[in-house]
Design a protein around this ligand. Structure first.
Ligand code: GUN
Length: 281
Protein backbone atom coordinates (compact mmCIF):
# COMPACT_ATOMS: atom_id res chain seq x y z
CA UNK A 1 0.00 0.00 0.00
CA UNK A 2 1.28 3.43 -0.93
CA UNK A 3 2.28 6.12 1.54
CA UNK A 4 -0.29 8.93 1.41
CA UNK A 5 1.04 12.35 0.42
CA UNK A 6 -1.29 14.05 2.86
CA UNK A 7 -1.64 17.58 1.54
CA UNK A 8 -4.11 18.48 4.24
CA UNK A 9 -1.73 17.66 7.09
CA UNK A 10 1.27 19.24 5.37
CA UNK A 11 -0.63 22.40 4.47
CA UNK A 12 -1.85 22.76 8.07
CA UNK A 13 1.74 22.58 9.30
CA UNK A 14 2.91 25.06 6.67
CA UNK A 15 0.01 27.43 7.36
CA UNK A 16 1.08 27.58 11.01
CA UNK A 17 4.58 28.60 9.87
CA UNK A 18 3.12 31.18 7.47
CA UNK A 19 1.02 32.63 10.29
CA UNK A 20 4.26 33.42 12.15
CA UNK A 21 5.55 35.31 9.11
CA UNK A 22 2.31 37.29 8.87
CA UNK A 23 2.51 38.09 12.59
CA UNK A 24 6.12 39.24 12.19
CA UNK A 25 5.07 41.63 9.42
CA UNK A 26 2.14 42.89 11.44
CA UNK A 27 4.46 43.52 14.38
CA UNK A 28 6.31 45.91 12.06
CA UNK A 29 3.02 47.65 11.35
CA UNK A 30 2.57 46.06 7.93
CA UNK A 31 -0.79 44.65 6.87
CA UNK A 32 -0.96 42.25 3.95
CA UNK A 33 -3.58 42.39 1.20
CA UNK A 34 -4.62 39.99 -1.57
CA UNK A 35 -7.16 41.03 -4.20
CA UNK A 36 -8.90 38.22 -6.06
CA UNK A 37 -10.84 39.07 -9.21
CA UNK A 38 -13.60 36.69 -10.27
CA UNK A 39 -15.43 37.43 -13.50
CA UNK A 40 -18.73 35.61 -14.02
CA UNK A 41 -20.33 32.76 -12.12
CA UNK A 42 -18.33 29.62 -12.84
CA UNK A 43 -19.35 27.38 -9.88
CA UNK A 44 -15.93 25.71 -9.53
CA UNK A 45 -14.20 29.11 -9.56
CA UNK A 46 -16.61 30.36 -6.91
CA UNK A 47 -15.55 27.49 -4.64
CA UNK A 48 -11.82 28.11 -5.25
CA UNK A 49 -12.18 31.84 -4.61
CA UNK A 50 -14.11 31.21 -1.40
CA UNK A 51 -11.37 28.85 -0.18
CA UNK A 52 -8.70 31.46 -0.92
CA UNK A 53 -10.68 33.97 1.14
CA UNK A 54 -10.90 31.52 4.04
CA UNK A 55 -7.14 30.93 3.97
CA UNK A 56 -6.50 34.69 4.06
CA UNK A 57 -8.81 35.01 7.03
CA UNK A 58 -7.06 32.19 8.90
CA UNK A 59 -3.70 33.94 8.51
CA UNK A 60 -4.80 37.51 9.14
CA UNK A 61 -4.30 38.59 5.53
CA UNK A 62 -6.84 41.05 4.10
CA UNK A 63 -8.51 39.15 1.28
CA UNK A 64 -10.69 41.21 -1.04
CA UNK A 65 -12.79 39.31 -3.53
CA UNK A 66 -13.92 41.50 -6.40
CA UNK A 67 -16.86 39.97 -8.22
CA UNK A 68 -17.41 41.25 -11.75
CA UNK A 69 -20.39 40.36 -13.94
CA UNK A 70 -20.02 37.87 -16.83
CA UNK A 71 -20.43 40.68 -19.41
CA UNK A 72 -17.47 42.71 -18.04
CA UNK A 73 -15.44 44.19 -20.91
CA UNK A 74 -11.69 43.82 -21.42
CA UNK A 75 -11.32 47.56 -20.78
CA UNK A 76 -13.14 47.33 -17.45
CA UNK A 77 -11.04 44.36 -16.33
CA UNK A 78 -7.83 46.09 -17.35
CA UNK A 79 -8.81 49.33 -15.59
CA UNK A 80 -9.35 47.36 -12.37
CA UNK A 81 -5.96 45.61 -12.66
CA UNK A 82 -4.23 48.97 -13.22
CA UNK A 83 -5.98 50.41 -10.17
CA UNK A 84 -4.87 47.45 -8.01
CA UNK A 85 -1.31 47.68 -9.39
CA UNK A 86 -1.16 51.23 -8.04
CA UNK A 87 -2.80 50.43 -4.69
CA UNK A 88 -0.13 50.26 -1.96
CA UNK A 89 -2.43 48.21 0.26
CA UNK A 90 -2.53 45.40 -2.30
CA UNK A 91 0.43 43.01 -2.19
CA UNK A 92 -1.00 40.35 -4.48
CA UNK A 93 -3.43 40.32 -7.41
CA UNK A 94 -5.06 37.13 -8.63
CA UNK A 95 -7.35 36.88 -11.64
CA UNK A 96 -9.28 33.63 -11.27
CA UNK A 97 -9.14 31.51 -14.42
CA UNK A 98 -10.79 30.62 -16.68
CA UNK A 99 -12.10 34.02 -17.73
CA UNK A 100 -15.26 34.18 -19.84
CA UNK A 101 -14.48 33.45 -23.51
CA UNK A 102 -14.78 37.05 -24.74
CA UNK A 103 -11.93 38.22 -22.48
CA UNK A 104 -8.23 38.05 -23.40
CA UNK A 105 -6.62 36.10 -20.57
CA UNK A 106 -3.01 36.54 -21.73
CA UNK A 107 -3.38 40.30 -22.06
CA UNK A 108 -5.01 40.62 -18.63
CA UNK A 109 -2.34 38.52 -16.91
CA UNK A 110 0.48 40.50 -18.53
CA UNK A 111 -0.93 43.69 -17.10
CA UNK A 112 -0.45 42.63 -13.48
CA UNK A 113 2.88 44.02 -12.23
CA UNK A 114 5.19 40.99 -11.79
CA UNK A 115 5.82 41.88 -8.11
CA UNK A 116 2.10 41.43 -7.36
CA UNK A 117 1.65 38.38 -9.62
CA UNK A 118 1.15 35.85 -6.81
CA UNK A 119 -0.03 33.19 -9.28
CA UNK A 120 3.30 33.27 -11.13
CA UNK A 121 1.41 33.47 -14.44
CA UNK A 122 2.96 36.71 -15.71
CA UNK A 123 5.26 36.11 -18.64
CA UNK A 124 8.18 37.59 -16.66
CA UNK A 125 7.73 35.15 -13.78
CA UNK A 126 7.13 32.23 -16.15
CA UNK A 127 10.27 33.26 -18.05
CA UNK A 128 12.29 33.43 -14.84
CA UNK A 129 11.21 29.90 -13.95
CA UNK A 130 12.22 28.67 -17.40
CA UNK A 131 15.63 30.38 -17.22
CA UNK A 132 16.40 29.39 -13.62
CA UNK A 133 16.11 32.90 -12.14
CA UNK A 134 14.40 33.81 -8.92
CA UNK A 135 10.79 34.81 -9.46
CA UNK A 136 7.30 33.80 -8.41
CA UNK A 137 6.48 30.16 -9.21
CA UNK A 138 2.91 29.01 -9.89
CA UNK A 139 1.13 27.73 -6.79
CA UNK A 140 0.06 24.21 -7.81
CA UNK A 141 3.51 23.25 -9.17
CA UNK A 142 5.16 24.71 -6.07
CA UNK A 143 2.76 22.73 -3.87
CA UNK A 144 3.56 19.51 -5.72
CA UNK A 145 7.29 20.00 -5.17
CA UNK A 146 6.73 20.86 -1.50
CA UNK A 147 4.83 17.58 -1.04
CA UNK A 148 7.46 15.46 -2.78
CA UNK A 149 10.19 17.08 -0.69
CA UNK A 150 8.29 16.80 2.60
CA UNK A 151 8.08 13.02 2.09
CA UNK A 152 11.72 12.84 0.91
CA UNK A 153 10.80 11.38 -2.47
CA UNK A 154 14.10 11.05 -4.36
CA UNK A 155 14.13 13.40 -7.35
CA UNK A 156 17.67 13.83 -8.68
CA UNK A 157 18.32 11.55 -11.65
CA UNK A 158 14.79 10.12 -11.52
CA UNK A 159 12.33 9.81 -14.39
CA UNK A 160 9.44 12.26 -14.04
CA UNK A 161 6.45 12.11 -16.34
CA UNK A 162 3.90 14.91 -16.40
CA UNK A 163 0.57 14.29 -18.13
CA UNK A 164 -0.78 17.67 -19.23
CA UNK A 165 0.90 20.68 -20.83
CA UNK A 166 -1.04 23.63 -19.42
CA UNK A 167 0.65 26.91 -18.53
CA UNK A 168 -0.83 26.64 -15.03
CA UNK A 169 0.39 23.16 -14.09
CA UNK A 170 1.99 20.93 -16.72
CA UNK A 171 4.72 23.20 -18.07
CA UNK A 172 5.75 24.87 -14.79
CA UNK A 173 5.80 21.63 -12.78
CA UNK A 174 7.98 20.09 -15.51
CA UNK A 175 10.41 23.00 -15.08
CA UNK A 176 10.49 22.68 -11.29
CA UNK A 177 11.18 18.94 -11.61
CA UNK A 178 13.89 19.65 -14.17
CA UNK A 179 15.45 22.14 -11.73
CA UNK A 180 15.57 19.24 -9.24
CA UNK A 181 17.55 17.22 -11.80
CA UNK A 182 14.74 14.88 -12.81
CA UNK A 183 14.66 13.62 -16.39
CA UNK A 184 11.31 15.03 -17.44
CA UNK A 185 8.82 13.95 -20.10
CA UNK A 186 5.70 15.99 -20.79
CA UNK A 187 2.85 13.91 -22.20
CA UNK A 188 -0.41 15.26 -23.62
CA UNK A 189 -3.52 14.33 -25.57
CA UNK A 190 -1.54 13.57 -28.76
CA UNK A 191 1.13 11.44 -27.07
CA UNK A 192 1.46 8.06 -28.76
CA UNK A 193 1.37 5.12 -26.33
CA UNK A 194 0.96 7.18 -23.17
CA UNK A 195 1.18 4.12 -20.89
CA UNK A 196 4.65 3.27 -22.23
CA UNK A 197 5.80 6.65 -20.90
CA UNK A 198 3.93 6.58 -17.59
CA UNK A 199 5.19 3.07 -16.78
CA UNK A 200 8.75 4.40 -16.79
CA UNK A 201 7.96 7.19 -14.34
CA UNK A 202 9.44 7.29 -10.84
CA UNK A 203 7.38 10.44 -10.36
CA UNK A 204 4.08 10.68 -12.20
CA UNK A 205 2.09 13.92 -12.18
CA UNK A 206 -1.46 13.66 -13.54
CA UNK A 207 -2.96 16.97 -14.66
CA UNK A 208 -5.31 15.69 -17.33
CA UNK A 209 -8.76 16.81 -16.24
CA UNK A 210 -10.30 13.36 -16.80
CA UNK A 211 -11.72 11.44 -13.82
CA UNK A 212 -9.77 8.30 -12.79
CA UNK A 213 -7.75 8.46 -16.03
CA UNK A 214 -4.54 6.95 -14.61
CA UNK A 215 -5.04 3.29 -13.78
CA UNK A 216 -2.79 0.78 -11.98
CA UNK A 217 -1.50 -0.78 -15.22
CA UNK A 218 -0.04 2.63 -16.18
CA UNK A 219 2.02 2.99 -13.00
CA UNK A 220 5.52 1.70 -12.20
CA UNK A 221 5.58 -0.18 -8.87
CA UNK A 222 6.86 2.14 -6.13
CA UNK A 223 6.32 5.35 -8.12
CA UNK A 224 5.24 8.63 -6.51
CA UNK A 225 1.89 9.52 -8.07
CA UNK A 226 0.65 13.09 -7.72
CA UNK A 227 -2.96 13.73 -8.66
CA UNK A 228 -3.78 17.30 -9.72
CA UNK A 229 -7.31 16.52 -10.95
CA UNK A 230 -10.47 17.93 -9.44
CA UNK A 231 -13.41 16.32 -11.25
CA UNK A 232 -17.00 16.13 -10.14
CA UNK A 233 -18.60 12.74 -10.74
CA UNK A 234 -22.10 12.01 -9.40
CA UNK A 235 -21.75 14.80 -6.85
CA UNK A 236 -18.39 13.46 -5.64
CA UNK A 237 -14.96 15.03 -6.18
CA UNK A 238 -12.49 12.60 -7.75
CA UNK A 239 -9.01 13.06 -9.16
CA UNK A 240 -7.34 12.12 -12.44
CA UNK A 241 -5.98 8.96 -10.79
CA UNK A 242 -7.96 5.83 -10.03
CA UNK A 243 -6.94 5.96 -6.37
CA UNK A 244 -8.27 2.52 -5.36
CA UNK A 245 -6.26 0.55 -7.88
CA UNK A 246 -3.19 2.81 -8.04
CA UNK A 247 -2.57 2.95 -4.27
CA UNK A 248 -1.87 -0.80 -4.39
CA UNK A 249 0.98 -0.30 -6.89
CA UNK A 250 2.43 3.14 -6.12
CA UNK A 251 4.98 3.93 -3.43
CA UNK A 252 3.38 7.31 -2.72
CA UNK A 253 0.05 8.76 -3.78
CA UNK A 254 -1.72 12.07 -3.20
CA UNK A 255 -5.46 11.80 -2.48
CA UNK A 256 -8.26 13.93 -3.91
CA UNK A 257 -9.55 15.77 -1.98
CA UNK A 258 -6.90 16.42 0.67
CA UNK A 259 -3.88 16.41 -1.62
CA UNK A 260 -2.59 18.95 -4.11
CA UNK A 261 -5.58 21.32 -3.75
CA UNK A 262 -4.76 22.14 -0.14
CA UNK A 263 -1.13 22.74 -1.06
CA UNK A 264 -2.06 25.13 -3.88
CA UNK A 265 -3.83 27.50 -1.50
CA UNK A 266 -0.99 27.26 1.00
CA UNK A 267 1.55 28.17 -1.69
CA UNK A 268 -0.64 31.08 -2.78
CA UNK A 269 -0.52 32.38 0.77
CA UNK A 270 3.26 31.95 0.76
CA UNK A 271 3.55 33.91 -2.49
CA UNK A 272 1.41 36.73 -1.05
CA UNK A 273 3.49 36.87 2.13
CA UNK A 274 6.72 36.83 0.11
CA UNK A 275 5.47 39.73 -2.00
CA UNK A 276 4.69 41.70 1.16
CA UNK A 277 8.05 40.83 2.75
CA UNK A 278 9.93 41.99 -0.35
CA UNK A 279 8.10 45.31 -0.25
CA UNK A 280 9.06 45.86 3.39
CA UNK A 281 12.75 45.00 2.92
N1 GUN B 1 -7.91 28.34 -12.06
C1 GUN B 1 -7.55 27.07 -11.77
N2 GUN B 1 -6.41 27.06 -11.04
C2 GUN B 1 -6.05 28.35 -10.88
C3 GUN B 1 -4.96 28.99 -10.22
O1 GUN B 1 -4.06 28.36 -9.64
N3 GUN B 1 -4.96 30.35 -10.27
C4 GUN B 1 -5.91 31.07 -10.93
N4 GUN B 1 -5.80 32.39 -10.94
N5 GUN B 1 -6.93 30.50 -11.54
C5 GUN B 1 -6.99 29.15 -11.52
Amino acid sequence: MAIILDGKALSEKMMAELKNRVDALRAKGKTIGLSVILVGENPASQVYVRNKGKACEALGIRGDTILLPEQTTQEELEALIIKLNRDDGVDGILVQLPLPKHLDETKALRLIVPEKDVDGFHIENAGKLFTGQEGVAACTPKGILAMLKAWNVPLSGKEAVVIGRSNIVGKPVAMLLLNENCTVTICHSRTADLAAHTRRADILVAAVGKPRFVTADMVKPGAAVVDVGINRVDGKVVGDVDFESVEKVAGYISPVPGGVGKMTICMLMENVIEAAEKKVC
